[in-house]
Design a protein around this ligand. Structure first.
Ligand code: AQP
Length: 334
């Protein structure tokens, strides 16, 4: 039988998962577990590049695992783990730091953005984040890395590292390919359509989290920014009507309708009808996820068994790559 291809992806527990985390990466993952040998993780090592409240980080990491499962990631069919439980990530991250150039790291948009937002804490981890992300990827030798629009640059850097490393030591790492979903690649803030909807900013009004109360979700959508033109019609025009385009993207993802169908549905109805309709579609889309998350969260022993088994499996695969790397670069055998 032909071996399954491998894929890997993760999300930082740096805030409660948002609609962006869901429509960007998460809701594409369950479709992939039949076809690929999948590794999904909670990227807690990455989360600490920005100061975290320890209790909140712990809570979110476990809640995120419950949400992964609630969204359809069956732990029997894929590997779910917490990044810090698999020590090979930090170890290979260090090695790859020595193969990532200062100039390359300085050019990363995310580093520039995060440095501007955290001017009092521009730490080394924030700067070398892409080397750790390269390690996350390369440890599992995946064929495919699904990411949002904004992470493409980091996968490109990973590819540079592979070229550099393999150029010296032979074929150690498989060249990874990024996969960016067409719909939902970038869900924007509801109050600032120029900014990505993020777990850790946009205040409370720009984002919707997966566990938000339906009343809160409806309120957020009713006050979402549309546009200031006089046309007031629902038309997909990201350049001139970015707020409307963002709402249409969300509605399309939640209902499976095309932009043309949505334009037709709201023809002549204006934003007063459109915005609550988007809110309702989102509430319906995430209702089963919320219920399932609550149910799973109540079973702490089950969650613990999932992340322990996941770490063991991930560690086994990761160790194979790490040993090869250590041998190639000349570390003495243990
Ligand atoms: N709004 C979004 N739309 C589409 N995709 C998104 N992603 C994040 N936000 C959106 C994608 O989710 C994956 C994991 O993200 P991450 O948590 O590792 O990093 P991030 O992109 O920094 O996410 P946040 O929410 O913005 O976190 P904070 O606020 O802590 O920085 C990535 O593939 C990302 O593209």
């Amino acid at each position: 039988m032909e071996e399954k291809k491998t894929m890997l992806s993760g999300i930082k527990p740096s805030g409660d998962l948002t609609l962006g985390s869901y429509l960007g990466p998460l809701h594409h993952w369950p479709k992939m577990i039949e076809e690929y040998d999948c590794y999904f993780f909670m990227a807690d090592l990455h989360a600490i590049t920005v100061r975290q409240d320890p209790a909140a980080l712990r809570r979110r990491t476990i809640e995120q695992l419950a949400q992964y499962i609630a969204c359809g990631l069956d732990p029997e069919k894929c590997t779910l783990f917490i990044q810090s439980h698999v020590h090979q990530h930090a170890e290979l991250g260090w090695v790859l730091n020595c193969y990532a150039m200062f100039g390359e790291l300085s050019r990363m948009t995310q580093f520039k953005d995060k440095s501007a937002k955290n001017a009092d804490n521009i730490n080394g981890g924030l700067f070398t984040y892409p080397s750790l992300m390269a390690a996350d990827i390369l440890l599992y030798q995946p064929d495919l890395v699904p990411v949002g629009d904004d992470q493409k640059q980091h996968v490109e850097l990973t590819r540079n590292i592979v070229q550099r490393f393999n150029g010296v030591y032979g074929d150690v790492f498989k060249m990874p390919e990024s996969y960016i979903p067409k719909v939902g690649a970038r869900i924007m803030s509801l109050t600032d359509p120029a900014a990505k909807m993020s777990k850790s900013d946009n205040g409370d009004t720009g984002r919707v989290t997966l566990m938000d109360d339906p009343n809160v979700i409806m309120k957020q959508f009713k006050r979402a920014i549309t546009d200031s033109d006089t046309e007031r019609c629902v038309r997909y025009d990201p350049e001139n009507k970015p707020g409307v385009a963002n709402l249409m993207t969300i509605y399309a993802a939640a209902t499976g309708r095309s932009f043309a169908e949505i334009e037709q549905e709201f023809d002549g109805l204006g934003y007063g009808k459109f915005k609550p309709a988007v809110g309702e579609a989102v509430v319906e889309m995430i209702r089963p996820i919320q219920e399932e998350t609550r149910r799973i969260l109540a079973d702490k022993a089950y969650l613990e068994s999932v992340y322990r088994a996941g770490a063991e499996k991930a560690s086994y695969a990761a160790e194979k790559t790490l040993r090869k790397v250590y041998k190639k670069i000349g570390f003495a055998a243990r």
